[in-house]
Design a binder for this molecule. Sequence first.
Ligand code: ADP
Ligand code: MG
Length: 232
Amino acid sequence: MSNTGRSTVPLLAARDLVKAHGRTEALRGASVELRAGEILAVTGASGSGKSTLLHCLAGIVRPDTGSVTYGGERLDQLPEQRLSELRRTEFGVVFQFGQLIPELTALDNVALPLLLAGARRQEAQAKAGEWLERFGVRGQEELRPGEMSGGQAQRAALARALVTGPKIVFADEPTGALDSLASEQVMTALTHTARESGTAVLLITHDAQVAAYADREVRLADGAVTPLEVAA
Ligand SMILES: Nc1ncnc2c1ncn2[C@@H]1O[C@H](COP(=O)(O)OP(=O)(O)O)[C@@H](O)[C@H]1O
Ligand SMILES: [Mg+2]
């Protein structure tokens, strides 16, 4: 796949997703496409179904009906084992906070996905160090998440999401717990690195300043993507 490219064929496509949590219909026919290398913002009010959409797209949750296609494969129909392999190798995820493992240092947190992929410890740690540096988390390698600022922890979480060279990073309100300066630093680091490596980003946010970093924006309302924005 080209590094520079936003091709017209979607890398990931969701069609008519429906997903209920008990009696709440979080998604009611949501459709969205993500192209290779594209940074797409998904915005919408709280409760509009953004996180549920991300979970379906990333293969964390299966939709009740509708399809998710990734590189020609029906993600929503894959066996759990293949899904977890995809999540480990081709997808990276970042949530609002707390996804780093509290007992591990920043360096070991970032090295972990490499170790899971079979890298040797020394090699994994060297690469993790490079990625922390790339995200401006310098001199913090030996700190545990609780000892870092929110912005530093989020940048370490981004380094962890990107260290394996995923095709797509799914970020659910990655700046939701940060002040505006830290938020800008996180978004700059994320978009710069994603563009450099040709990684597509699905970015959920309710902050217009954060959405402005994306190439394109779609809006969710009541579990569906509003048609006006789809056409844009
Ligand atoms: N695990 C769950 N159990 C019950 N209801 C849920 C669950 N997750 C989400 N919901 C409900 O589904 C709707 C959409 O939630 P969500 O996808 O988290 O929206 P958003 O991320 O836009 O705030 C909301 O009404 C929410 O309360
Ligand atoms: Mg949410």
